[in-house]
Design a protein. Structure first.
Length: 331
């Protein structure tokens, strides 16, 4: 199996107790060949994860980690993770182990905030993790909160997929025989409900069972986990292709604008660094909300009413989805 050298990142987001950390542990256990519990888990009644985590995985009998990263966050409630917080997460501004306790808002002055981000830091796919026994009902505060965050994700063209956990608790037939999961009427109805509630196609929703009381790997659990994992990577590839295309267009526009400003391009220098000398403004300047933007340059006369456009970091890199073990440090 094989992936290209760009680090692919997907982000687990979901309500308290939905099983986000258990999903990571299940993925890692499948690759390791034994049960792991690196991500802290609880009984689902309180928040266990209190930091923003970036996990990589090293398969059994491999000296190198997979070039894939999974991000984990505290469980979602109506009182935490605002739309602004989510934007910072999606754009890759939070370092590993960034503290998210106390309900304080994330700002660009917070300890552990990374102002200088690249494609390696950004989120390439969102895995919305939902408990099959506790799907937020339409119109409830939590349902509306998830829809609000989904708007931010959609605005950035980041693919969303759903991991449906605890399916064995929702259907006694699945609990007795996990291979029954795709034939269960109960699970099918839950998938339909999630599809309708969050405006997502049914083939974006993957029912799984996470390791909970097992002390050794179970084949059917691993099959479901790897199936969901692969589909999420397919989605991430699509997102990266779009971002790569957008990046190429924006780079061409930057070169054209700089050519207009200076009468010629400057090889090997980005527009942001060039304009920093012209305008005295840094590329990571912030608006009044603290969100990184590329301000319009008003101290330079631009030919034909051309203005420096608002810049959105959009790096991208295509990768194949066969999970090749490559060195995450290589670019």
């Amino acid at each position: 199996s094989s992936v290209r050298s760009t680090l692919s990142t997907f982000f687990c987001l979901g309500p308290i107790g939905s099983g986000k950390s258990s999903v990571f542990n299940t993925f890692e256990s499948t690759f390791k060949g034994h049960i792991t519990s690196r991500a802290r888990t609880g009984d689902g009644s309180t928040v266990t994860t209190k930091q923003f985590r970036r996990y990589t995985m090293q398969p059994q009998r491999s000296k190198e980690a997979l070039n894939i990263r999974i991000c984990d966050t505290p469980g979602l409630s109506i009182n935490n993770i605002s739309s602004t917080d989510l934007v910072y997460m999606l754009d890759g501004h939070l370092s590993d182990r960034y503290s998210l306790t106390g309900g304080s808002l994330i700002t660009n002055r917070s300890p552990g905030f990374n102002s200088d981000t690249s494609i390696r830091d950004e989120m390439h796919c969102i895995a919305l993790v939902l408990d099959a026994t506790k799907i937020p009902a339409k119109g409830t505060p939590l349902h509306l909160k998830i829809l609000e965050l989904k708007e931010q994700i959609d605005a950035r063209d980041i693919p969303i997929r759903v991991i449906l956990t605890k399916t064995e608790l929702a259907c006694k037939h699945v609990e007795a025989n996990l291979s029954y999961i795709y034939r269960s009427c109960t699970v099918t109805d839950i998938v339909e409900s999630v599809s309708t509630s969050f405006s997502l196609p049914r083939n974006y929703i993957y029912p799984v069972k996470c390791y909970e009381h097992e002390i050794k790997p179970v084949q059917n659990i691993g099959i479901l986990a790897l199936s969901a994992f692969r589909q999420i990577l397919y989605a991430a590839e699509s997102g990266l292709e779009d971002r790569e295309s957008l990046q190429s267009v924006e780079q061409a526009q930057e070169n054209k604008i700089w050519s207009n400003l200076s009468g010629g391009s400057v090889p090997g220098s980005s527009l942001g660094s060039q304009l920093a000398h012209v305008t005295g403004r840094d590329r990571s300047a912030s608006d009044n909300t603290g969100s990184p933007v590329f301000r319009r340059c008003q101290s330079v006369t631009v030919q034909s009413q051309t203005q420096v456009y608002q810049h959105s970091e959009s790096n991208g890199h295509r990768h194949s989805l066969d999970l090749q073990r490559t060195d995450p440090g290589k670019k």
